[in-house]
Design a binder for this molecule. Structure first.
Ligand code: GTQ
Length: 349
């Protein structure tokens, strides 16, 4: 016959025991197990929208406060309201809005974190990545691969503004981050402008050789003009997905995977009046509307995302989107990292 275990201790006795084991750097799992292994994700982030009409003047005010060089990167961090002070838009992702004024250079540096730029305003602004320069225009999705030197600048007479998305919280979680400043403010150009587009950007790739950027796409500017044209061709075919509308993901031409190792990125179109069905996934998303206007209902919260507005849809929160006008929007999330770990999930209603 099996002996039945009977609870024997009261709270005070247990606490006394915990006090005994604590000096040995030991702790009771049973007091914390439910929080450590939850039945399903419960994001610490909340849904939120930043209106560009409010952000832009504040960012330009920062332009009068200090130079890009002094700041190193003149950025207003998009902080999730429930994660204030942590520089997080979701638990795993950093996002900010960066300004470079005419004549300025955000000086060359490199780091372990990968960065994406989604360009909101730029006439002639550039970023240089590993010796190759690309001119940035509105809607371009630009990548700074991990470990690549990069500096940004504007020689023309208008400010440039873009949204930054970085995986730095993932890097910092692993405590694996390095960063270095270049000796020169501006790295020297060792390649022709747009050379990587010629080499990798037309559905053809070199006969030999790997990506110069390891797991990151060798193309570091996915131009809006091209992406939009491809997306609109798909829209023209009809057959939208009930949950995602029309969408194309940015792919690494060498292996077909996501363009970045940790961050997934895609471009969506909803025709006016299209409303997606309820959806949730384990990746928290940042959405930037390029054209049109989208109304979101996420976790019971309703808000409108207008042109150049930035919204966050937390992990595993039910939600859907409706287009008030023909709309195009860019999304990024940590889905690429989650897929590599085999933990990404979605649910459709
Ligand atoms: O442009 O390299 O928003 O290093 C935060 C950290 C941008 C950048 C950010 C960075 C950068």
């Amino acid at each position: 016959m099996q002996a039945t275990a009977t609870p024997t201790s009261d709270a005070a006795t247990r606490q006394k025991y915990y006090d005994t084991i604590a000096p040995q750097a030991l702790a009771p799992l049973w007091e914390v197990l439910k929080g450590l292994v939850p039945p399903e994700p419960r994001s610490k982030a909340v849904p939120h929208v930043w209106q560009y009409s409010k952000v832009r003047p504040l960012l330009l005010e920062a332009g009068k406060l200090l130079t890009a060089e002094e700041a190193e990167r003149r950025v207003l961090v998009l902080e999730n309201p429930s994660l204030a002070g942590q520089s997080r838009i979701t638990s795993s992702m950093y996002a900010g809005v960066q300004l470079v004024m005419p004549g300025e250079i955000a000086p060359a540096h490199k780091h372990t974190a990968s960065a994406l730029r989604f360009v909101l305003e730029s006439k002639g602004g550039y970023t240089t990545v590993a010796g190759e320069r690309t001119i940035m225009s509105r809607g371009d999705f630009v990548i700074t691969p991990n470990g690549a030197w990069h500096d940004h600048g504007q020689e023309a007479d208008s400010p440039i503004i873009w949204v930054d998305g970085l995986d730095l919280h993932m890097i910092n979680f692993f405590e694996s981050g390095f960063m270095e400043h270049h000796n020169d403010k501006k790295q020297s150009l060792t390649k022709k402008d747009e050379e990587s587009v010629a080499r990798y950007g037309s559905g053809l790739v070199p006969m030999t050789g790997e990506s110069p950027f390891g797991l990151t796409s060798p193309i570091f500017n996915y131009r809006f003009e091209k992406s939009r044209a491809a997306l609109m061709d798909i829209v023209g075919q009809g057959r939208s997905d009930a949950h995602i509308g029309y969408a194309l993901r940015y792919a690494n031409p060498l292996d077909g995977g996501w363009a970045m190792p940790t961050i997934a990125t895609w471009l969506s179109q909803f025709p006016k009046g299209f409303e997606s069905k309820d959806y949730r996934s384990t990746d928290g998303r940042t959405i930037i509307v390029v054209e049109g206007e989208v109304t979101a209902e996420i976790d019971g919260k309703k808000f409108t995302i207008g042109e150049s507005d930035i919204a966050v849809w937390p992990a595993w929160a039910w939600g859907h989107l409706r287009a008030d006008k023909d709309s195009i929007f860019f999304t990024f999330s940590d889905r690429a990292a989650q897929e590599k770990l085999g933990i990404w999930r979605e649910e459709r209603r």
